[in-house]
Design a protein around this ligand. Structure first.
Ligand code: HEC
Length: 178
């Protein structure tokens, strides 16, 4: 909580303590004043999330890498129309943490490239659907994601092609000798 709210809260608490010392009529008037002061401070509800501003950044970086033509996922999630079409399914799959797929347990240390949505991102998607899936303003839309052609981690130094297929079974100390 920011320093700005600490002073009024402290004043309200001090005011409430001094109410016990007042006569009833005066006390009621004072309670009304305290409520007015507190209610006046209630923040307006946050604006409904929009696709362009709030949802597209989440989908572009966490879903589109697989949900685009030529990749493993069965349908694209690249545009407003794509996401609207699958909205209910997306809410369900992200809430259950089925999507994005990420099997490691949350451990004591972060994993590089962790593919896990934050709780507030899941909530943003849910809120967006619950408030009527507003598209928003194109000015807020981040640039469309781009991916390198071919090798996703950059061109390897060397590519070896075995002369016959082989199966490697996982073993406790599996290592590959080259
Ligand atoms: C690593 C690749 C990958 C990423 C990243 C990914 N998906 Fe998927 N998604 C898949 C694959 C593969 C399937 C189809 C197989 C399945 O349902 O498990 C799928 C299926 C789905 C389905 C359909 C599930 C069903 O059973 O009907 C939804 C909805 C979905 N993804 C949403 C998302 C959303 C939203 C994100 C981002 C927050 C996301 N996915 C990120 C690979 C991915």
């Amino acid at each position: 909580m920011g320093g700005a709210r600490r002073v009024p809260l402290a004043r309200l608490i001090a005011g409430a303590a001094s109410l016990r010392l007042m006569r009833p009529a005066k006390r009621n008037a004072a309670i009304g004043a305290v409520c007015l002061a507190a209610c006046g401070r209630t923040a307006a509800p946050p604006p409904a999330p929009t696709f362009d501003k709030d949802v597209a950044p989440i989908v572009y970086s966490n879903c589109a890498p697989c949900h685009r033509p030529g990749e493993v996922a069965p349908f694209p999630l690249l545009t407003y129309a794509d996401v609207v079409k699958h909205a209910d399914n997306i809410v369900r799959e992200t809430s259950k943490r089925h999507m994005p797929p990420w099997l490691p347990d949350r451990g004591d240390f972060p994993i590089v490239g962790e593919r896990r949505l934050r709780a507030d991102q899941i909530d943003t998607i849910r809120q967006w659907v619950a408030t009527g899936m507003k598209e928003g303003s194109p000015a807020d839309l981040p640039p469309a994601p781009r991916w390198p052609e071919g090798w996703q981690l950059g061109k390897p130094d060397i590519v070896l092609t075995p002369d016959r297929p082989s199966i490697w079974w996982p073993e406790p100390r599996t290592c590959t000798e080259i």
